[in-house]
Design a protein around this ligand. Structure first.
Ligand code: SF4
Ligand code: SF4
Length: 357
């Protein structure tokens, strides 16, 4: 890399080619095939005859500057000076010489990281950084992820799953997260509690009112001060009012729970996209190790591992065996709350600020 700082770019990320391993750059779009010599290692062969080995690495997910430097040092010393991060935050090193693969793996493991996450494994769990960068979190998604990855470390290292498994977490109920085979999402269970003394100083009331998807917030005068009120019958406890108005506190140690959804998948050459479905709700948000959520995820993975055919993703497996059987084999209780019949949809959707019919 050059010593000179790059000139600022107004939008988007910098051109990725400048950071690519030269063999990747040379063979871009011209790979003949790839194979998987062992868990965590890929070998790509180009039409040019060039070969490149990729070693995939799992980390603790939230990386401090010292850990990043350590990872970069490994790249400089053992991996031709290149490092990159995948969309699920796995670290990948590339080497153009097979003889460098084992020394690289040794250096990675000696430094305390793990190699794996390729093919039919549980790859790094993706999450949003919650308390590190965002103003809405109802929980610390990073903590859920760390505790879960500790429990699933062998599933990262080995290729024991019928197909790859993507797990995601989200730290609020409305925005990121949810693009996985299994998603662990926040679930608020009661309306926000308003600190009226602060609202008039902190919140821009029209933007808070506009933010509510079901028009449950109204301006109100409370104790002679301009404030807000919530129609709790309409409120769906989504948490959207909390970011523009922190005095509308919705996070709660007891009433903010976790919910688990399964079966989400993008479309591919063989199938349509599938939506996730709720399988467990009201799970205690229980730091620092979240044992209840972990037990449910491990139970789902065990049933999937035992019951799915090779190459079935979680959604394919459930589609084949059916939802009643899924609840049987995972020992999750099935209740009437799992079924959305859309009864009452006319009333609830008409309460929305966006839909009228
Ligand atoms: S999931 Fe919600 S709280 Fe977490 S980073 Fe995304 S928007 Fe913020
Ligand atoms: S934005 Fe969401 S949590 Fe806030 S009042 Fe409206 S429905 Fe309830």
């Amino acid at each position: 890399m050059s010593d000179k700082p790059r000139s600022p770019i107004e939008s988007g990320c910098p051109d990725a080619f400048q950071y690519m391993h030269p063999v990747m750059r040379k063979n871009y779009g011209a790979w003949k095939y790839h194979e998987h010599p062992k868990p965590g290692v890929l070998r790509h062969v180009g039409y040019s005859g060039d070969e490149i080995w990729t070693v995939r690495v799992g980390t603790q997910r939230i990386l401090d500057i010292f850990t990043l430097r350590k990872l970069c040092d490994i790249g400089d010393e053992f991996a031709d000076g290149y490092i990159h991060f995948t969309i699920r935050s796995n670290v990948e090193y590339m080497v153009a010489d097979e003889a460098k693969v084992e020394p690289l793996i040794k250096a990675i493991e000696d430094a305390g990281f793990i190699v794996g996450g390729t093919k039919n494994s549980v790859t790094m769990i993706s999450h949003t950084q919650g308390w590190l960068h965002c103003d809405i979190p109802g929980t610390d998604a990073s903590g859920v992820v760390k505790s879960m990855m500790d429990e699933l470390i062998d599933e990262f290292r080995e290729n024991n799953m019928p197909n790859r498994v993507h797990i995601t977490t989200s730290c609020c109920q409305i925005n990121c997260g949810g693009q996985g085979d299994i998603a662990i999402n926040v679930q608020h269970t009661k309306p926000p509690k308003i600190n009226h003394d602060l609202v008039s100083n902190v919140c821009e009331r029209p933007s808070v009112v506009a933010r509510c998807p079901v028009a449950a917030i109204r301006p109100a005068m409370v104790n002679g001060k301009a404030s807000l009120e919530v129609d709790e019958k309409k409120c769906i406890c989504c948490g959207a009012c909390f970011p523009p108005c922190p005095p509308m506190q919705i996070n709660d140690a007891e009433h903010t729970k976790l919910a688990i959804w399964v079966g989400g998948n993008h479309s591919n050459a063989r199938g349509k996209p599938t939506f996730q479905k709720l399988v467990a709700a009201g799970i205690p948000n229980n730091p620092p190790r979240w044992p209840e959520a972990n037990a449910i995820v491990k139970g789902i993975l065990k049933a999937y591992k035992e019951g799915a055919k090779d190459w079935e993703r979680i959604n394919d497996w459930i589609e084949r065996i059916g939802w009643p059987r899924f609840f049987e084999v995972t020992n999750l209780p099935f209740t009437k709350y799992h079924v959305d019949t859309w009864r009452g949809a006319r009333n609830s959707l008409n309460a929305s600020t966006h839909i009228r019919f």
